[in-house]
Design a protein around this ligand. Structure first.
Ligand SMILES: *Cc1c(COP(=O)(O)O)cnc(C)c1O
Length: 369
């Protein structure tokens, strides 16, 4: 006999992050993890530096100042915000608290990988619902719900497909779910969305428990992150907005100091950075369209995206691999999609103007070569 983890643990395929090195290549452009074209806001860099001399102090375990800043920036009640060590931590806490052995977790076939990984860790059975046109199929998601379903995850926009559901469809999804299913809206890319009428999730969170047409609306949680538009993936900072009942549960299961002091200080400074979101969105909107048009003109199918990345479809896995190699030759690292069952695709983060131009040149040359 030897020590053994719970059986479900051994079904977990460990998360493989975006690559960051190419052997023999000095100058690397990393466009594999959707990290935000401009890096961290200058004020956040200052705040991290300033916090170094206070590193012996435990952080504020309630994240009071950060929650107040998030609440003020997004018009939300700070009492209904919980901060986490990346939104990944909050996703995991929700799964551990509401899922576990004997329960089912429903997600879209090409939904974000961490739901699958963390769900297995918790012991949930993972149900992946086929998509239509690489977009979540609301009817399919609803049909997949059974008596053991306790959790449903929807990234909106979704990573890695870039697809989005309109608010009416998200509302139809929630309305069709039994009350005992917690709907988690993962809005990691919310700031980048340009589609009119988009709501990142607060509306449905606020609707939780209210009566509509004689029926109570079930419970919804929204998760957000500083890793994408604020370029702070390395700090590990995320947050969620949830009804009071979920806030209470998260207060019981999270670590007392789950977010470190430097991350919180950086988060507050990032939110205070004038014009940061506007500047980042303007750049992303421009270059997302420019790159889409250029790659399309080069003969590559590009899926519509509301995030800070594009999913480029080369038709076959072999061609995608060759394109990936051609990019690597020029020091450009993008994300291969085999792990998502999209082996004919590459996911490309919208970087700086120079970086996007390099990708366009490399892939145009590749397609003509
Ligand atoms: C990047 C990403 C996250 C993870 O964000 P962290 O806050 O860095 O943990 C969550 N969901 C989706 C869909 C993402 O793409």
């Amino acid at each position: 006999m030897t020590v053994m983890p719970r059986p479900s643990i051994l079904s977990v395929e460990p998360y493989v992050g975006g690559e960051s090195k190419i052997p023999g290549v000095n100058r690397i452009v990393k466009l594999s993890s959707n990290e935000g074209a401009f890096g961290p806001p200058p004020g956040a860099i200052e705040a991290i530096r300033a916090m170094a001399t206070e590193a012996h102090r435990y952080p504020d375990g309630n994240g009071t100042a950060l929650r107040a800043a998030i609440g003020a920036r997004f018009g939300l009640d700070p009492a209904r915000i919980v901060v986490g060590n990346g939104s990944d931590e909050l996703l995991a806490l929700l799964i551990l608290a509401y899922g576990g052995e004997g329960t089912e977790l429903v997600m879209s076939a090409h939904g974000f990988m961490m739901y699958d990984i963390t769900g297995r860790w918790a012991g949930c059975r993972i149900i992946k619902v086929p998509e239509k046109n690489l977009t979540t199929d609301v009817d399919g998601m609803l049909a997949a719900v059974g008596p053991r379903t306790r959790l449903m995850f929807l990234a909106n926009p979704n990573n890695p497909t870039g697809s989005i559901l309109p608010q009416s469809e998200v509302e139809r999804l929630r309305a069709g779910l039994p009350d005992e299913v917690l709907l988690v809206l993962d809005s990691a890319y919310a700031e980048y969305v340009t589609q009119p009428g988009y709501d990142a999730g607060a509306k449905l969170v606020d609707a939780s428990g209210t009566m509509v047409n004689g029926r109570a609306i079930g419970t919804t949680v929204m998760t957000r992150t500083f890793s994408k538009i604020f370029g702070m993936g390395g700090m590990r900072l995320g947050w969620c907005y949830a009804p009071a009942s979920v806030i209470d549960v998260l207060g019981r299961v999270r670590g007392p100091f789950n977010v470190n002091a430097a991350a919180m200080a950086a988060g507050i400074a990032a939110l205070a950075e004038k014009g940061w979101i506007e500047k980042s969105v303007a750049h992303n909107t421009e270059w997302r369209a420019t790159m889409r048009d250029a790659l399309t003109a080069a003969g590559i199918k590009v899926w519509p995206s509301e995030g800070n990345f594009l999913l480029a479809d080369f038709g076959t896995p072999a061609k995608a691999k060759a394109a990936d190699d051609a990019l690597k030759m020029r020091g450009l690292i993008v994300r291969a999609m085999g792990g998502y069952g999209l082996a004919s695709c590459l996911r490309i983060t919208i970087g700086t103007t120079e970086e996007c131009t390099m990708v366009i040149e490399a892939l145009t040359a590749f397609m003509h070569g």
